[in-house]
Design a protein around this ligand. Structure first.
Ligand code: MG
Length: 497
């Protein structure tokens, strides 16, 4: 994969950086899953020292020189990808003055604590000055990074390489009206319930663990050999490399679909990392290419597979075997439980019909914040109005409104649209998979996922970060990001299915 002499020198330097990332990932996982509480202060010291060391290695003049020289040579796609990924990282690191980065680190650390308190006490004013400062700093970040059309482009690009405000506007111009039409008909026809009794039914945690393990096994998750499943309050995926990938889910003791779909969602993220080409091992290309493409993988397994009728029918026996309270429930009943639809206030609990409207609220607000078009004091009211306009409900507290997400307190402005990219791309993948594999539903019903995994590996996973997101979609499916298949999927499932 890598034969150029200069590239081999680049890889040698990059391997040290990769090793630090390997250690940081492991430390991050340990912090969430294993670490005794008071270990946090020393872990903080170690983590920030490693971050400083990594920055030094990344900004090493020798590495940049090698990359410049290599870029002038005749490179294959992997080699070009390596140059692209490292140069992009270096460009971003160089663009931002250390003072600004430091200030942002300090303020977001304080802001996270303030946000938690503000949310707990339902007191927006407690958080407002931090948000004001963060927006001001993020505007500076955008200016230093540079952009062609809109400062928000610079922030989007941090999370989704090459994504622009225009791209997101174009996607939402289709989704906004389309989704609202589907939603109002679903609510009118009430074939899909707004709520389901099973949401209140308690489960035995040990049985639920066994069920999650069993389903992951059926999907082909290499538990024990190259992968783990653990517990954390917010499910997440982390990877130390291609052969050590770990996911978590939660066990709240009721409404078992939350634990189940937490595990399935994270499995989708994990499979991406697990199926990266072994030839890319321990290089900067051994990473999913972007947040949006990553989320397309988790949403594909969670929604397109996990919430589909063929899957519910296929997995029914396994569900009943592990959760005895399901004995009286039919597969159709479980299908409805997995797919209830209602406008709700909280994004993380939203169904697949309403989810993107939650993202649209945040996208609109972030644009206005970055444009300086909204005062921070007005933000809660603007939030509530947007929720009312798009979803037809108004939050009664800040907690259920403007204070619900952690993202802004972390300075992650520009992150939310990647969730919608994930939803949209997952439906594009489904569309192409069905064309190339007409018996997909049958395979899913038989719980035979070999071909599905192979398809995802060939089209997406094996490349790691070799191609930028837009190029990857163009090469694998011959198209750009396109919300059409997502809308057709919703209509087919919720209006005709
Ligand atoms: Mg995810």
């Amino acid at each position: 994969m890598f034969s150029n002499k200069k590239i081999k020198e680049v890889l040698k330097k990059a391997r040290t950086i990769w090793s630090l990332d390997h250690a940081s990932s492991l430390m991050g996982w340990d912090l969430e899953v294993n670490m005794p509480k008071e270990g946090v202060s020393e872990r903080g010291i170690a983590a920030s020292e490693i971050a400083v060391l990594r920055q030094k290695l990344l900004l090493d003049g020798e590495l940049s020189k090698l990359l410049d020289e290599a870029s002038k040579e005749n490179l294959n796609d992997y080699e070009k990808g390596l140059v692209r990924v490292l140069r992009r990282e270096i460009r971003i690191a160089r663009a931002l003055p250390p003072d600004l980065v430091q200030e942002l680190t300090r303020i977001t650390q304080e802001a996270r604590i303030a946000w938690r308190e503000a949310k707990y006490k339902d007191d927006y004013e407690r958080f407002e000055p931090y948000l004001e400062k963060i927006v001001e700093l993020e505007k500076k970040v955008a200016e230093y990074l540079g952009y062609e059309k809109h400062p928000y482009d610079a922030l989007l690009d941090l999370y989704e390489e090459g994504l622009t405000t225009d791209d997101v506007e174009k996607i939402f111009s289709v989704l906004e009206s389309g989704v609202r039409k589907v939603l109002s008909r679903v609510l009118e026809e009430s074939r899909f319930p707004r709520e389901h009794e099973l949401e209140n039914v308690r489960y035995d945690v040990e049985s639920m663990k066994r069920l999650n393990m069993r389903i992951l096994e059926i999907f082909g998750y290499p538990l024990g050999a190259r992968a783990r499943l653990d517990i954390s309050s917010h499910p997440f995926t982390t990877h130390m490399g291609i052969r050590d990938v770990r996911i978590t889910t939660r066990y709240e003791g009721f409404d078992f679909k939350r634990s189940l779909f937490g595990a399935i969602h994270e499995f989708g993220h994990a499979l991406y990392e697990l199926q990266i080409d072994e030839g890319l091992m321990a290089t900067p290309l051994a990473n999913g290419v972007s947040l949006g493409i990553h989320e397309s993988q988790s949403r594909f397994w969670e929604n397109m597979i996990g919430r589909s009728k063929p899957f519910v029918n296929g997995i029914y026996k396994t569900l009943v075997e592990n959760l005895s309270f399901l004995k009286e429930r039919s597969p159709d009943d479980l299908y409805l439980y997995f797919n209830s639809v209602k406008p709700s206030l909280i994004r993380t609990e939203a169904d697949e019909v309403t989810y993107n409207l939650h993202i649209l609220v945040r996208f609109r607000l972030e644009l206005r914040m970055i444009e300086g078009d909204v005062k921070m004091g007005e933000l809660p009211a603007v939030w509530d109005d947007l929720m009312d306009e798009l979803l037809g409900i108004r939050p009664k507290s800040y907690r259920d409104g403007v204070l619900q997400d952690i993202h802004w307190s972390m300075g992650s402005i520009g992150y939310f649209p990647t969730y919608t990219i994930g939803n949209v791309v997952s439906a594009q993948i489904r569309h192409h998979m069905l064309k190339d594999m007409p018996d997909l539903h049958d395979k899913v019903n038989k719980l035979d996922f070999n071909e599905v995994r192979r398809y995802l590996r060939e089209k997406i996973h094996k490349w790691g970060s070799t191609y930028a997101p837009k190029e990857l979609l163009m090469r694998s499916f011959g198209e750009e990001i396109n919300p059409g298949p997502f809308m057709r999927y919703l209509e087919e499932k919720y209006l005709k299915g």
